[in-house]
Structures are given as C-alpha cells and as structure tokens.
Ligand binder design. Structure first.
Ligand code: HPA
Length: 284
C-alpha cells in the first residue's frame, strides 16, 4: 500500500476561506465565471489573456488529479472580456477523494465571487446518434452515485452557501443553455442535447451496464461533473455543462474503450469547445 489515506472529511468554512486566501494572494482579479476543463480539454486554458497561473498543489485542501490529461493548474485572467478562473484538470472520486473534497474547488470559487460555472467533460456516448468528436449540451443529469448515498452535500450543511434540501429541477441554467444553442447555431457548430450520467469509475462500463444506462435515460456517461454541478447549484451558481463525446459506448461488446482514445478525441473536441465557450462568454 502507498501512504495515500482515504479522505473522508467534510468541508469547513475555514478551509474554504484558507484556499481562497491563497488564490487571492496570487491574483488580485475578481473572476465572475469559472470553467472546469475535463480530460484532454485543458488546452482551452491557453487562450486566457493576462493569465496568473497557480499550481493546485499550492492551494491547501485542493484535490489534485493524478490522471494523464489533467494538468492541475488554476488559470485566472480574461477570456472574451470576461474575468475567468479556469481549472485546468479536475480530481475524481475514483482517485480516492471524498465527494465533499471534490466540491472544494466550487466552494472556493463561490467564495471568490464567481456567479457562473461552465463545466466540461469527456464522455462516452450512450445515445447511438452521437459520435466521437461531437459536443453535447447537458440538459440534466442522472446522479447514480448520489442515489447510492455519495453526495458532496452529505454532512453538516453549509448554510451560508445554500439550503439543506436544494431543489435540482433547473440545475443546468435554461438561459445559459439557450445562449449556448444560439452561439452553436450562429457558428455552424452541431450541439446535441442530452442527459449526462455520472458513474464512479475508474473501470469503463460493461455492455450490460450500458444497456441499463440507456434504458434509464442517459445519453452520455462519464466519471465527473455531477458532484461539481450539485455543489454549484446548491450555492446558487448558474451552471452550463458541455460534454465532449470521446468514444462510442460499447453497447454490443464489440469495441474496447481506452483512456488514450478519450485523450485523442479531446484534440478534435478542443477547437469546437473553445469556439462554443468563447461565443458564450462573449455574449454573457
Ligand atoms: N465511460 C465513462 N467515462 C468516460 C467514458 C466512457 O465511455 N469516456 C470518457 N469518460
């Protein structure tokens, strides 16, 4: 066994403030929009102007990713005239963090005054109409790990952020979805719409898993985003979620899914995702 201890603690206001303080010391900016970049999607952060870069390992309590394709950097600057804080890479539940810990970055940006959060991920298509390289606007999610008891909101409620029992009927902001659809239409980008389902991973799904996921209404499957969207919505952020389809789900058991495939698809997705997100930021 390595020395990695499973993290089971709940977040406190003190540690959220401590992490926010370190970020404030490194950049005087007051970001209004947060962006979390998923597997292989980090290069979008290269477009940020006047960038201050902070290694996440320097921020106390911040969950650091151990996965290829996740750099572990916070980039603060300007994109399309908006003051942004970009998280280049994210940590996942399968890496050993508690759900609460995965919510820390969102709590910190809420504390810093961010009002809008754009979540991105790489996902497998469960909807047979979607292909690798496509973009999907997340209209809603299925929180399968949450249903199994693993919610980032478990534990003492942080009343200063939101209520004990948050409504989740409009987790993904309708005005932001409408804006993203308009930007896509105006730029000639195809933007599917669908339901994202979050599994714990790290194993990809079996064909039987995938038939089950399709049956319960999922269009795309991944191992992230839902914990962050849940914490963001609890704290009153407007959330936009976009999946980059990296692979076709293996419903018939005839193909193999690999992380390399996910990263390679990211290279096709990044230019489209960059155009979409720049368009949305420019019209916010
Ligand atoms: N399944 C789960 N997570 C993923 C996939 C997938 O097929 N592709 C990218 N992330």
């Amino acid at each position: 066994m390595s020395g990695f201890a499973e993290d089971t603690g709940f977040l406190t206001i003190d540690e959220i403030e401590a992490a926010a303080r370190v970020i404030r010391q490194r950049s005087p900016a007051r970001p209004r929009v947060g962006l979390i970049l998923g597997s292989g999607l980090g290069p979008l952060a290269d477009h940020v102007e006047d960038a201050a870069r902070i290694a996440v390992k320097d921020v106390p309590g911040w969950p650091t990713s151990t996965v290829d394709g996740h750099v572990g950097e916070i980039v603060i600057g300007k994109l399309e005239g908006q003051s942004v804080i970009v998280m280049r890479g994210r940590a996942h539940y399968y890496e050993g963090y508690s759900m609460s810990r995965l919510g820390l970055p969102v709590r910190v940006i809420q504390h810093l005054g961010v009002k809008t959060l754009i979540l991105t991920n790489a996902a497998g298509s469960v909807n047979p109409e979607f292909n690798p390289g496509d973009l999907m606007l997340i209209t809603d999610h299925l929180n399968l790990i949450g249903m199994a008891g693993l919610s980032p909101l478990r534990g003492p409620n942080l009343d200063s952020f939101g209520p004990r029992f948050p409504d989740m009927s409009q987790t993904y902001s309708r005005p932001l979805r409408d804006l993203a659809l308009k930007v896509a239409a105006d730029s000639g980008l195809t933007l599917h719409q669908g339901v994202y389902i979050c599994l714990a991973g790290p194993s990809f799904e079996t064909p039987a898993d995938l038939r089950f996921l399709r049956g319960i209404g999922a269009d795309a499957v991944g191992m992230s985003t839902v914990p962050e969207a849940t914490v963001a919505h609890h704290g009153g952020l407007d959330v936009l979620g976009i999946s980059g389809i990296s692979n076709k789900a293996n419903l018939d058991g005839n193909t193999v899914t690999t992380h390399e495939e996910v990263l390679a698809a990211g290279r096709v997705i990044v230019p489209k995702l960059t155009a979409l997100i720049r368009g949305v930021l420019g019209r916010l």
